[in-house]
Design a protein around this ligand. Structure first.
Ligand code: DUC
Ligand code: ZN
Ligand code: ZN
Length: 461
């Protein structure tokens, strides 16, 4: 047989081209693209379907320690299974260095969780919370040399945040050893000030989460993070941008010559702060940081998606259960917005939402969809051209989309470990019905055929 797997007669898209073709796969790689006959061990008829690069979600939280008594709803098994059903073949979750912990300890623990439990390929980002001189001088350079070459730093959360001196020092290591830095931009002192005011006024309900983290909190921190990057002389990734003012800061920094990659997420296109007002404390379901804004900011984020200001569209999947003591409704028995764990599920719905709201509604074309969903993630985090495109020699990571499939999003049909979706009842058109991971069918016509041992850790160096 010429091919192990042949995908016939689909509409193939990359970030630069859309064309009708067959794709021939051997030994997990794409070996030919064109009019390829039928000499294959297995043939998938993709007539009327789109054949796209498997999605890469470069912002996913799985099994991340989240404070005493609070537990993330997904481990690697459920998180990667959910990702797979949403048309993804690679995810990039975060390995958190807890304060006092060495980077190696954090990596060993996280690899132990992932090993043998992944339906998709994975590669870790580090979260640096304790940049001691030993960490900066020895541990981080060694980790980068071993291929852990992207890390996230936080400007908010007491147990995660770095101060400006620590940001500068961490950026400097990234510059020297060639790592990519992602920044969560919110001004913690301003948030604390507003929390104090709210609580003094008796405002403790979920909607106070949004009003204690207004746009200025994010805009100021975005400006500061980029200024510090400019001073050190490094490119920077600003993650989960929620509004037009922060995006304007990014555009201005780019005009000054700084290399800034910008990411936004489904919640900033589809949710608003009004969702946090839902009755019976259900507003907690939408608590994430930065918080959802309003329809004007949604429009600004759409514009950034349409004109290419955003290179990355990620889920920021950070799942907690709603009705659970270790989750959002009554965390550890406590009530009050400051106790609600921040983050929402979305790894499975990211691409169907972008496809339906973006491609089907005519806001973006298929090429931009591919760029935002896969190619730009691979380029930003060093996976391209092995991942993120359809080309000879690339891994055969493919999502076959039925562009006319109509579905109503219901949590009961999803595959994550949470007990709700923020998008319950949303009607979408288009769904990834078949997913291929390195030449192996993992989801066939909506049915799981892959195994949790099939995903690999992507060791790129
Ligand atoms: N930041 C994230 O990146 N994800 C969820 C929560 C948060 O604050
Ligand atoms: Zn963040
Ligand atoms: Zn996140």
């Amino acid at each position: 047989m010429t091919y192990d797997l042949l995908i016939k007669s689909g509409t193939v898209a990359t970030d630069v081209d859309v064309f009708e073709a067959d794709i021939g796969i051997r030994d997990g790689r794409i070996v030919e693209i064109g009019d390829l006959g039928s000499d294959a061990s297995e043939v998938i008829d993709a007539t009327g379907k789109y054949v796209l690069p498997g999605g890469i979600d470069s912002h996913v939280h799985i099994s991340q320690p989240s404070g005493e008594g609070i537990v993330m709803a997904d481990d690697f098994e459920s998180g990667t299974r959910s990702a797979l059903f949403g048309g993804n073949t690679t995810i990039l979750p975060f390995c958190l260095q807890q304060r006092g912990q060495s980077i190696r300890q954090a990596l060993e623990w996280y690899h132990g969780l992932a090993e043998g439990n992944c339906y998709t390929d994975v590669k870790f980002h580090l979260i640096i919370t304790d940049p001691t001189s030993h960490v900066l001088g020895q541990e981080l350079p060694a980790a980068v040399a071993d291929g852990y070459d992207s890390f996230k730093v936080f400007m908010t959360y007491d147990d995660l945040r770095l101060n400006d001196a620590e940001l500068l020092a961490t950026f400097d290591v990234a510059r020297e050893f060639g790592a990519t830095v992602m920044v969560h931009c919110e001004n913690e002192d301003a948030i604390k000030y507003l929390m104090g005011k709210h609580e003094a006024a008796g405002r403790v309900e979920p909607s106070a989460h949004a009003t204690t983290r207004p746009i200025a909190v994010e805009r100021e921190a975005t400006h500061r993070a980029m200024s510090l990057a400019e001073i050190v002389g490094i490119p920077i990734v600003i993650v989960h941008v929620s509004n037009g003012a922060a995006l304007e800061e990014i555009l201005r920094a780019r005009q000054r010559g700084l290399s800034v990659t910008a990411e936004t997420c489904p919640q900033y296109l589809m949710l608003t702060e009004d969702d946090l007002d839902a009755a019976n404390w259900e507003g907690a379901k939408y608590v994430c940081s930065p918080p959802p804004r309003n329809v004007t900011e949604q429009a600004a984020c759409w514009e950034g998606i349409q004109n290419g200001s955003f290179e990355l569209f990620s889920s920021d999947h950070c799942p907690f259960r709603f009705d659970s003591l270790d989750g959002k409704l009554n965390p550890k028995g406590a009530r009050g917005f400051r106790h609600i764990p921040n983050g929402i599920p979305g790894v499975e719905t990211r691409l169907p939402i972008l496809f339906s709201e973006g491609v089907v509604k005519g806001r973006i074309d298929l090429k931009r969809f591919v760029a935002l969903s896969a190619t730009n993630h691979a380029r930003t985090y060093g996976l391209y051209p092995r991942k993120g495109t359809i080309a000879i020699g690339s891994d055969a990571d493919l999502a076959i989309w039925d562009p006319s499939c109509e579905r109503t999003i219901r949590h009961r049909d999803l595959h994550d470990g949470s007990d709700y979706t923020p998008y319950e009842g949303l009607e979408v058109t288009g769904w990834p019905v078949t997913v291929v991971l390195r030449g192996k069918i993992a989801v066939r016509d909506g049915e799981l055929v892959g195994r949790k041992q099939d995903g690999s850790y992507l060791q790129m160096r």
